[in-house]
Design a protein around this ligand. Structure first.
Ligand SMILES: [Zn+2]
Length: 118
């Protein structure tokens, strides 16, 4: 996910818990590594990146707002699902889906709990 300006807002709605250290998506258990700075092969700053080499992992930037970190992790999860299901989603679609899903999840926490059976 490319670095953009933070839109702010909504952070007060999210409880602060320990950052996740792994996520299972399909058959892959991805470690999540939190770094002060994440960049692509061209040196461009990123909020996060799904990597497959040398091993499967999600590398996330901790140098942005908590809301941005969470939305960015959802973005990388969508990339992983895209890879797993061979959907060939364009970056723009991944970005739109992650923002739309994140906003919907934030605005409907009770519904999310119901969907997840919590
Ligand atoms: Zn992306």
């Amino acid at each position: 996910m490319k670095l953009k300006s933070d839109s702010g807002g909504g952070e007060q709605l999210i409880s602060r818990v320990t950052k996740p250290t792994h996520i299972k998506i399909g058959s892959v258990d991805y470690p999540i590594r939190w770094e002060a700075e994440v960049s692509d092969d061209h040196g461009r700053s990123l909020y996060g990146q799904l990597r497959h080499s040398p091993e499967d992992e999600v590398v996330m930037s901790s140098a942005t707002s908590l809301v941005r970190q969470r939305e960015s992790l959802l973005h990388e999860i969508i990339h992983s699902i895209d890879n797993r299901l061979d959907l060939a989603l364009k970056e723009k679609v991944v970005g739109q889906l992650s923002v739309g899903l994140f906003e919907t999840m934030l605005d409907n926490m009770k519904l999310m709990k119901w969907i997840l059976g919590l």
